[in-house]
Design a protein around this ligand. Sequence first.
Ligand code: SF4
Length: 521
Amino acid sequence: MKITQSIFHAHINCPTKCWLKFTGEPADGNAYGEWVQRQNKEYHATLVHRLRSEMPPDGRADAPTQESLKSSKWRMGFDVAVATSQNLEARLDAVERVPPEGRGKSAWFIPIRFVFTNKLGKSEKLLLAFDAFVLSEVLGRGIGLGKIVHGYNRATLKVKTSTLAGKVRRRLDKIAVLLSNATPPDLVLNRHCAECEFQTRCRQRAIEKNDLSLLTSLSEQERADLNGKGIFTVTQLSYTFRPRRRPKELKQKREKYHHSLKALAIREKKIHIVGRPELKIEGTPVYLDVEGLPDRDFYYLIGVRIGIGESAIRHSLWADTIEEEGRIWREFLGILETVEKPVLVHYGSYEKTFLNRMCERHGKPPEASTVAETVRAGVNILSVIFAQIYFPTYSNGLKDIARWLGFNWSAGDASGVQSILWRNEWERGEAPLPKEKLIAYNSEDCSALELVARTVSLVCQRTQTSNSEPPDHLGIVIANNLDSKATMWPKFNSTIEGFEAIIEFRINNGYGLSHSTSGRV
Ligand code: SF4
């Protein structure tokens, strides 16, 4: 069983990916994932070229063999392939050799990784520690230090790889167990799926299985707890929702999020409401959606939609370079000044962060002005939805909800990660097409936001006036009015006397239908 960097990396992201890669499962591909790989490859080539040119020929070595490492005299070796007798393999971007400090002493070796991003994720240090681990096994001596050279400015991060060796070892043990199985581990969709080459396959299977991990808000622990109770599917979870009367003293407090109600909404294909959500937009709605490059901390496109419906006015403020970010911010403030009683409407925390950062970076609007108040008091539609309005969608993402409401993006592959790719294509070629796509995508996000906001507003109006009514023709269900008996598991008929009562007792007391270890139900 050969464990390479690629297998180790896959395991950090997802055990299923690790197993699929190891067994050679054909992948569907993923444009974003492929772009990341290309970026890293180019970054690697550029850095190697640069470092080579800065060194005398006898100070460097290209692809030195592992047998020659101990006797080497060079300062820097590039593309160093190492493999252990336990079948661990790594190809190190570079290895720095620090000459021995005296007679009888050995040289040190420092593994180096090249990473194109400015910000480093959790996996980078662990991957470097894997490289160091394999190198130390090959050399038969400890490797205490490694380096990551990353980003535009080629920043160097020093990492104490010795402190991560235990983590590497434990992960290698887990990988060995995983790969010795003939079947893949239980499928769990996760954050990495968006950039994974198996995304289509896994999503399809999760939908076929109606798997709990389709619910993006469910944490790993919550899912494990539910599995422990014998609940594995979204439909099973939907039957566990119980409407509960809240004690008077808690009435003003916000409800907690009910995963079971989300599942029920999906099963019933209807919007479910808890409490009395409120949405106040007293003025002219200004729908805001911003595109940025998180790795560069750069916002390059501000999309604005003023007013509603056909008469809405759209603006797309585009920055070619990071130096132009301040200009588009000032243009945005200028637009707000022209709107009568503007109310900024956005979805999620990304735009709120943008507003705060722009105020810090490029200046706030004048104190006590209408624009200053508008920027301060934006309306976050997601916070109105959260724990109060349950759309029949697996996530509360704008895309999922707007699509359920019938909205379509002109580009079928439109998504956050795709937008990063388009911007990169545009920057490299200055070709107009990716810019057009981005502007259309962002503008459609604003339209989708308007649709979702208007739906939420309608739902809020309904609940303010008809809390005691049964589900109405819009498909809105007031969760508190549900008959708790009607939401239980379907009627179970057993030929064994008393069995039904036991099952009902278990369900009502949150035990689910799993078998106990003693073999009794
Ligand atoms: S798509 Fe998601 S679940 Fe499937 S292998 Fe990739 S990361 Fe894992």
